[in-house]
Ligand binder design. Structure first.
Ligand code: RP5
Length: 173
């Protein structure tokens, strides 16, 4: 079977970020988004990180996700080298538990935006969902998939609500 052109590039500052980012992989697979992944660091491999971003659009990528911890500059460096949207995930790998990465990622100077998600695993899942939302702007099947995803999520919450209400009713009898 022919490989599909990757639409999302998912970068991590270190392979130690992988366990936090698993949820992002899951979401991209669920929505059948072809993606590629790489470990590149703004500090340890700055030339390679810059080259990745410079060539990303020409290689057919539409969105970049960048996950990094500590003084996390990966998302910002990528954003400075491409016009593609860059989504940042602050990783909670430092003694400051990701607050350092959050501020380093979100506090971009005017002109170079990074769409910054929550710290850690929640942010990883949301980064992938946000990438799907961007791709869905020009893909009706993906929009439909997102509508179904939200409806399923609501049904799950309502089912949990019913279960809790029922158990409280029983206990109050
Ligand atoms: C950051 O430093 C990485 O994104 C990772 O979160 C953190 C620690 O990296 P390792 O020392 O585990 O490779 O650049």
């Amino acid at each position: 079977m022919a490989e599909r052109q990757p639409l999302v590039g998912l970068l991590m500052g270190s392979d130690s970020d992988l366990p936090v980012m698993e949820g992002a992989f899951e979401v991209l697979r669920k929505f059948e988004i072809p993606f590629e992944t790489a470990v590149l660091s703004a500090h340890r491999t700055p030339d390679q990180a810059a080259r990745y971003a410079e060539t990303a659009a020409a290689r057919g990528l539409k969105v970049l996700i960048a996950a990094a911890g500590w003084a996390a500059h990966l998302a910002g460096v990528l954003a400075s080298k491409t016009t593609l949207p860059v989504i940042g995930v602050p990783i909670d790998s430092s003694p400051l538990k990701g607050m350092d990465a959050l501020l380093s990622t979100v506090q971009m100077p005017p002109g170079i935006p990074v769409a910054t998600m929550a710290i850690g695993k929640g942010g990883a899942r949301n980064a992938a969902l946000f990438a799907v939302q961007i791709l869905a702007l020009s893909n009706e099947a993906l929009s439909e998939g997102l509508r179904r995803y939200k409806a399923d999520m609501a049904s799950e919450v309502l089912a949990k609500n019913e279960k809790i209400e029922a158990s409280v009713r029983v206990r109050n009898l």
